[in-house]
Design a protein around this ligand. Sequence first.
Ligand code: ZN
Length: 205
Amino acid sequence: MTSGAAAVQSVTVPGYHGRAVRVSGGSTIRVTDVEGSQIGDMFAISEDDRFEYLSPAQTRNFVRRLFPSIGDPFHTNRHNSILTLVADDSPGPHDMLFAPCDQKMYEEEGFVGDHRSCRGNFFEATREIGLDMPVVPDPVNLFQNTPAQPDGSLALFETLSRPGDSITFRAEMDLVFVLTACSADLGEINVNGGKSTPLRIDVTP
Ligand SMILES: [Zn+2]
């Protein structure tokens, strides 16, 4: 390796799948929407203790917003900073209110048979790296355009992200970073561009 250049670890998350990556504290993590209009469900779990993970509720509590601003932290269920929002090179918005999609949700939408989901993909991805998670934490839904309205309702709009748009975080502890390319491809208003397409994770130490 040439001196001075940090090696970037790039991981592609195929559509309808998830990936888990071990990341050292201080690293930069960039998530890119490769083809556009793709939601990414993001999870972060402490490397030292799988019972400590990013909590959207604790994050909202701390930043007093529905999503952190640039420079703000994401907190864990134990009130520790786990990620910081460094840059947002996408139109946003991003969601921290919706649960990850799961088999039941697709059945409720009328789908018959097995449908891939962020819940299933979370377990697949974590098992693949030998991490046995007891629960699926609530996710941060990157690029998901479902903003709260003044009357308290949650709108379902199409995702605005374009090919190559990205969002960047700094890891504040050693962690397992999990990203699932949301499998949503049904529904009257499709929030995920009608199909699931790849995302890319770039980790710079
Ligand atoms: Zn999903």
